[in-house]
Ligand binder design. Sequence first.
Ligand SMILES: *[C@@H]1O[C@H](CO)[C@@H](O)[C@H](O)[C@H]1NC(C)=O
Ligand SMILES: *[C@@H]1O[C@H](CO)[C@@H](O)[C@H](O)[C@H]1NC(C)=O
Ligand SMILES: *[C@@H]1O[C@H](CO)[C@@H](O)[C@H](O)[C@H]1NC(C)=O
Ligand SMILES: *[C@@H]1O[C@H](CO)[C@@H](O)[C@H](O)[C@H]1NC(C)=O
Ligand SMILES: *[C@@H]1O[C@H](CO)[C@@H](O)[C@H](O)[C@H]1NC(C)=O
Ligand SMILES: *[C@@H]1O[C@H](CO)[C@@H](O)[C@H](O)[C@H]1NC(C)=O
Ligand SMILES: *[C@@H]1O[C@H](CO)[C@@H](O)[C@H](O)[C@H]1NC(C)=O
Ligand SMILES: *[C@@H]1O[C@H](CO)[C@@H](O)[C@H](O)[C@H]1NC(C)=O
Ligand SMILES: *[C@@H]1O[C@H](CO)[C@@H](O)[C@H](O)[C@H]1NC(C)=O
Ligand SMILES: *[C@@H]1O[C@H](CO)[C@@H](O)[C@H](O)[C@H]1NC(C)=O
Ligand SMILES: *[C@@H]1O[C@H](CO)[C@@H](O)[C@H](O)[C@H]1NC(C)=O
Ligand SMILES: *[C@@H]1O[C@H](CO)[C@@H](O)[C@H](O)[C@H]1NC(C)=O
Length: 807
Amino acid sequence: MHHPAAVLLLITCFFLSLLRAAAGGNTASASCLPHERDALLAFKHGVTSDPAGLLASWRRDEDCCRWRDVRCSNQTSRVHELRLGSSSSSTTTALVGQISPSLLALQHLEHLDLSYNELEGPTGRIPEFLGSLKNLKYLDLADIQFSGELPPQLGNLSKLQYLDLSSTYWGRTSWIWNITSLKYLDLSSNRLYGQIPHKLMLTSLQFLDLSSNGDVDKNMGVMATDLKNLCSLEILKIRSALLYGDITEMFKNLSSHCSPNQLKELDLGVNQLTGTLPKWIAQLTSLVTLDLRSNNITGPLPASIGRFTDLIFLDLSYNHLTGNVPHEIGVLTYLTTLYLNNNDLDGMITKEHFADARSLQDIDLSYNALNIDISSEWQPPYKLSVARFAACQMGPHFPGWLQWQVRLTDLDISSAGIADKLPQWISDAFSNVKYLDISNNQLIGGLPASLSSMSLYELYLSSNQLTGKIPALPPNISFFNLSNNSLSGPLPSGSGAMGPIALSLFSNKLSGQIPESFCKAYQGLAVLDLSNNFLEGEPPPCLGVMEDMEFIALSNNSLSGEFPSFLQNFTSVLFLDLTKNKFTGRLPAWIGNLRLLRILRLSHNKFVGDIPMNITSLACLQYMDLSNNEISGSLPSYLSNLTAMRKTNMTVTCYVDDIDNFHLISLSVVLKGQERNYGSISRVFDTNMTSIDLSSNNLTGEIPEEIIALNVLVNLNLSRNHFIGVVPNKIGEMQSLESLGLSWNKISGEIPATLSNLTFLSYLDLSYNNLTGIIPLGTQLDSLHAANPFMYMLTTKFDNISIGKED
Ligand SMILES: *[C@@H]1O[C@H](CO)[C@@H](O)[C@H](O)[C@H]1NC(C)=O
Ligand SMILES: *[C@@H]1O[C@H](CO)[C@@H](O)[C@H](O)[C@H]1NC(C)=O
Ligand SMILES: *[C@@H]1O[C@H](CO)[C@@H](O)[C@H](O)[C@H]1NC(C)=O
Ligand SMILES: *[C@@H]1O[C@H](CO)[C@@H](O)[C@H](O)[C@H]1NC(C)=O
Ligand SMILES: *[C@@H]1O[C@H](CO)[C@@H](O)[C@H](O)[C@H]1NC(C)=O
Ligand SMILES: *[C@@H]1O[C@H](CO)[C@@H](O)[C@H](O)[C@H]1NC(C)=O
Ligand SMILES: *[C@@H]1O[C@H](CO)[C@@H](O)[C@H](O)[C@H]1NC(C)=O
Ligand SMILES: *[C@@H]1O[C@H](CO)[C@@H](O)[C@H](O)[C@H]1NC(C)=O
Ligand SMILES: *[C@@H]1O[C@H](CO)[C@@H](O)[C@H](O)[C@H]1NC(C)=O
Ligand SMILES: *[C@@H]1O[C@H](CO)[C@@H](O)[C@H](O)[C@H]1NC(C)=O
Ligand SMILES: *[C@@H]1O[C@H](CO)[C@@H](O)[C@H](O)[C@H]1NC(C)=O
Ligand SMILES: *[C@@H]1O[C@H](CO)[C@@H](O)[C@H](O)[C@H]1NC(C)=O
């Protein structure tokens, strides 16, 4: 008896098939009961906003069994289901209001879905009366923003099989672990913490998700507990929940008591679990997915992993696993993903590890002490798309077996001890590679001329010994880093369209001028580092076309001309380094318009004239080095406008890009008289690098008292100028100073006693002035002094009476 209206909807989800089959029976014959209709109308009354008109069909004069999202039993006409879950994507269509207690009248309700609505009501509490809907099998309140504690009444729902309370923001340690009928329990994205009770009676539970819990503010997480009674569990996810405790305690009983074991998916990644694998894992042979990434698991990876014949996904990265990688891993025929990176594994990886790994696609073994010994002739059974072997030993020859991996899109063999030429085949074999990192090896010889035929987005070949010219860039390249090689010749011609976002060629032997053609070919650049080369001439004004520029370093070349006018266009620039060139002329007043500038390095040029007053409007400037020029005039007042160097109520937000993307700029920062290599730009912004270095110029006048407002300044160097007057008396208020240089000036008077307030001061140079008086006493200065009796760099005598006299 096929009725065209009776479309049977079959949902074959493994745990819901029974529950949901009932959903099909919305037939014309059912006709709802008046008191149930009234209850639904009262519920509608509690909804204050229904922008999508979901309840528009809910009218008194219609049969409520035919209302939208209402399903009745076709035998008893009782309301069985309310399916009012709003789609997770569109917040604008959600119901707003409260859940009316009138629903209590629907005593036969089995399925209630109110998810993704704004029905938390004025109290924000999960309604207690839901615990009296005793026929409920399915309850979905996901993403309703409740608060407070979960009412214990819900524990009365003895038929409940499906419960989704994810993202409901209830936060107290209150668990509903007594509902033995539960098959599906989703409590993810709340703020649960504390221990899951020991005697968990959820013997029917197949799915449990407690991910994204824990209270980060209080640093309280979910505590691992013995899961021994959860023999039906197929999927367990407790990811990012500050889960702590010994993983052995969670599973040792589960894995021995429950036989055969049902567990297929185990995701406990990004937590704080300790313990080892071998004591519990051997029995969990049904696993398809095992993700324990980012925990504190120690000990070896057991050979029993070879019995996990269904395993597809294995991520044990970022732990402290030790020992060898068992070659049993090579029998896992279905394994597609193997992440063991960032552990303490050692030993050899040979072709046995991959003997039957026919499905392997993504592998990451980076940052272990592994030696990958696979012969060039061996053709692996797999076709990898992601291969990461950073800091594994693969050399000295370029790993030839990679040439058969023609589906590769990501390849990282950086720091792999490769001392060889780049093979000719790479542009063919790696023609699909988007991300290629071979940096930090000892590659010799030239780059393949056919580089421009590759589809690379990111290419990292820095810190090798490559020579010759740089060929044309691949057309789609975004990040291109060839720094720290011995490449010569002119700057590479562009790639097409906007060119890359980041170009890093520092520390090579590139020569010639920056040609005009460079401007258009690289107009999309946000990061440009050409430092430490042999570039000369005036940078072309057309560079101003690169309006997205954030980091530009041209230091240590022979570039000349006035302070480049194209910089006016770089209104997003955060970092500007022209150190060690032949630039001349005055600093322009418009420099004050580079509002986001944080680091300005102009030292070792031939700039003359005043420090423009407008430089003090750079509210984000935290590092200014103008040393070793011929700058004259006095220090501008309004220094206190450099708000990044003082503790203040910041009115300006100093924008920082997602600079983790730019591990490109190698930066030597002169601080405390020492050259420090900060490696990447992000580390400079992370540390409190506040500095003013004006040493070796022709500055005159007194040191303005206003300078003491810069109370987070770490380094102040005014040495080798013509300053007169006295040391500002309140210098002791510059509480963050670690380094102070005033030597080789004409400063006179007494050394202020407040100097001894500078508790972090570790470098002090007052020599070659006309200072008199007593060296101030103070713990820090005393110990400094004991450690380094030459810190005042006295030329004549040091007797605690007279210091720094000009000779
Ligand atoms: C509705 O009735 C038909 C036939 O009477 C039956 O096959 C079907 O299972 C019923 N549906 C429900 C939900 O009871
Ligand atoms: C429901 O739960 C509450 C609190 O746990 C309890 O006091 C009450 O007796 C229960 N009601 C029924 C009908 O079981
Ligand atoms: C759950 O069961 C335990 C014992 O099995 C009992 O002590 C506890 O009160 C129950 N919790 C609720 C909320 O019913
Ligand atoms: C990891 O475990 C080691 C040794 O048990 C311990 O010293 C370390 O503090 C742990 N680290 C974390 C982040 O828990
Ligand atoms: C500088 O920016 C202005 C305005 O965006 C633009 O018109 C001009 O072409 C740019 N200068 C250069 C040299 O590209
Ligand atoms: C310098 O700053 C002043 C005050 O903020 C401003 O009026 C002037 O336009 C600035 N000069 C330049 C060249 O931007
Ligand atoms: C310094 O800041 C003050 C107040 O914020 C402002 O009035 C003054 O113009 C600024 N001076 C300079 C040179 O930017
Ligand atoms: C900083 O802000 C706080 C509160 O907004 C205020 O009480 C204080 O006076 C402000 N300080 C300065 C120096 O403006
Ligand atoms: C940076 O400075 C802030 C406040 O000035 C301080 O709380 C923080 O500890 C400093 N960080 C470092 C790395 O010195
Ligand atoms: C800087 O000062 C030195 C020494 O006083 C002097 O020889 C030189 O001419 C000055 N240079 C400039 C550009 O003023
Ligand atoms: C700084 O030093 C002076 C003189 O030694 C002292 O009177 C004052 O209390 C000190 N201030 C602080 C904040 O320690
Ligand atoms: C040094 O200072 C004293 C006063 O403290 C002054 O008499 C003398 O002229 C100064 N000498 C020089 C070279 O400036």
